[in-house]
Design a protein around this ligand. Sequence first.
Ligand code: AMP
Length: 246
Amino acid sequence: MKVLVAVKRVVDFNVKIRVRSDGSGVDTAGVKMSMNPFDEIAVEEAVRLKETGYVSEIFAVSIGPAQCKDTLRTALAMGADQGIHIETDEDLEPLAIAKILHNMAEKEDPDMFFLGKQAIDDDANQTAQMLAALLNWGQGTFASNIDFVEGGAQVVREIDGGLETIQLNLPCVISTDLRLNEPRYASLPNIMKAKKKPIETIALDDLGLDTAPRLNVLTVEEPVQRKAGQILTSVQDLAEKIKEAV
Ligand code: AMP
């Protein structure tokens, strides 16, 4: 079984983001970038499935600037077999990403396509759903468990107020939620081995796809700063504060 995993390079989740002074977007100059955390979970799941023998090949796909190769190297160090880098400096919307991944699925013919449930930079939570629609494959989004059963994959989904279990025919698209697994740290020997694993680079223009934006971002703003809290030492003080406030 072959799995494709989409891995996005995003601002590291520990970094406090800064908005550019002209409000045109987030400032990424000199900022630490990492693999989107939900995509780490997707890679980890694919690697675990390979270790248990369900999966034979894992291809990691990343779309973006030259530095996406570092993200792919991380996926290779975690256990993916090959990387595919679709190189572009354009800022692409989820529909454009889904079209590119659709193109990769047609080329590579995987049994499953794993994605994160959302990228922590745009928080769109759209790409997996759009990809499944373009491919006309079943989708198991927000997966917190994946099992293989006769005829396909059984996916437990995290939904409002509980868990939903669905069964999907293969090929299918699965997006990973936080509780699916805890991703491993790549060991030093695996980081060294990853340097020798192949990464294919394809220029976005060579795919001949319409990736033009559909949306116009008008402005990006920082959230309103929360006021500092106060520690009160008695119920009396609390009552006074409430009186002042009303
Ligand atoms: P989003 O719909 O933007 O929240 O992203 C959902 C998922 O789509 C991410 O977790 C990735 O698995 C995948 N994805 C989005 N953008 C990219 C990208 N530029 N390269 C590779 N995968 C991506």
